[in-house]
Design a protein around this ligand. Structure first.
Ligand code: ATP
Ligand code: MG
Length: 352
């Protein structure tokens, strides 16, 4: 339980590129929370492209062992990926999701209201299934007399759909509007998307739920029209739950609605572990210049704490970030500011 913890062990995996600039910033923000959370203990861990070039392994066993056996949660930065396929290299973040069974990718997308207390124009959460769909990567190519033919398997299971559905209902329940939209394309893919849609829909009737989700309103929407509405009237959405591929596309599209990638946080969550991760990549174009925006990572830390039940600490981080954005005087260049990573962090720390 969250209240019983004396300390909070947090694995830090900055990995590559600007991950090494923004994850330390998130660490400082967490440290500034004082007694709002159990005393944080940070454990530095290796992963990523540079780790691969040095050790031949992008995700050392030790990293996984420490996360699994010692940490309560983790923060992951970003990985550079080689421009060409390199033998033996595969993405450590994908491997980590698998090793720790982090089956949900949760991405809140929030535009900051111009004044405190005012409603944000975009305030939604994309809950993306993270283990199956086309990402099972079962592809094959066959040669026919008419040329090559390529196929991919798309896997949807009742088990994975049910657990992502449960996570989505929980998140919907925790939000003021309590509105869940199930994203699918079952007019075309009636068997796979049909199973996803039906399984998520049935979550409120599962044994033991006992009317818990009665206050959640449920809508269904085809993925194509959901993207259209996302751009036309994003305010209609609250929580969106989707199979892996649609979720991937929707969450990037939603992030585009609120400006910089440097603002958008995420968590990868399972039943026993949660890992915060800014949505942006390693940003090789700005690495080392001291101008990377730390706000997505600080928000990822907030999201991680919220998921663990440390609402007060999470709120303080989010409020501080909101205030800094709203004031607009201390921002990095991606938000049309002239400040450095450190200056933005200092502004956030002052607000905390
Ligand atoms: P990767 O392959 O690691 O994803 P990328 O070249 O796709 O790298 P991203 O990290 O995805 O780069 O970023 C896309 C663009 O957004 C880049 O121009 C980058 O500088 C900018 N950007 C991303 N994150 C941040 C940030 N935290 N602060 C400022 N700019 C950012
Ligand atoms: Mg990228």
């Amino acid at each position: 339980s969250t209240t019983a913890r004396k300390s909070l062990k947090i694995g830090l995996i900055p990995a590559d590129g600007i991950g090494r600039e923004v994850i330390p910033a998130a660490k400082s923000a967490i440290e500034a929370l004082g007694s709002d959370i159990p005393k944080p203990e940070f454990i530095d861990l290796l992963a990523g492209w540079e780790t691969f070039t040095k050790t031949g392994n992008a995700l050392p066993h030790e990293t996984v062992d420490v996360l699994r056996n010692e940490c309560d949660c983790a923060l992951f930065g970003s990985v550079s990926s080689p421009s060409k396929k390199v033998v033996g290299y595969s993405s450590p973040i994908v491997a980590l999701r698998k090793e720790l069974d982090l089956y949900a990718n949760i991405r809140p997308v929030l535009s900051v209201a111009s004044e405190a207390g005012q409603k944000a124009a975009v305030d939604l959460v994309v809950v993306r299934e993270n283990t199956e769909c086309l990402y099972v990567k079962q592809e094959e190519q066959i040669f026919t007399e008419n040329g090559r033919e390529a196929r991919a398997t798309r896997l949807i299971t009742e088990r994975a759909s049910r657990r992502i559905g449960q996570m989505a209902f929980e998140i919907a329940l925790s939000r003021p509007r309590k509105h869940l939209t199930i994203i699918h394309k079952s007019n075309v893919l009636s068997i796979t998307d049909g199973l996803f849609r039906e399984t998520v829909r049935k979550v409120p009737t599962l044994p033991g739920v006992d009317g818990k989700y009665d206050s959640v309103t449920i809508m269904e929407q085809l993925v194509d029209s959901a993207v259209y509405r996302l751009f036309r009237e994003p305010e209609v959405f609250d929580v969106m739950v989707a199979p892996n591929l649609y979720g991937d596309i929707l969450s990037d599209a939603a992030a585009a609605l609120v400006g910089s990638l440097g603002l958008v946080p995420s968590i990868n969550a399972g039943d026993n572990f949660v890992m915060g991760e800014p949505v942006h990549g390693s940003a090789p174009d700005i690495v080392g210049k001291g101008i990377s925006n730390p706000l997505a990572s600080i928000r990822s830390a907030a999201l991680m704490l919220r998921h663990l039940g440390y609402i007060k600490g999470a709120d303080r981080l989010d409020t501080a970030v909101d205030q800094v954005i709203r004031e607009g005087t201390t921002l990095t260049p991606d938000l049309q500011g002239t400040s450095s990573t450190t200056e933005v962090l200092d502004a956030v720390l002052k607000k905390i």
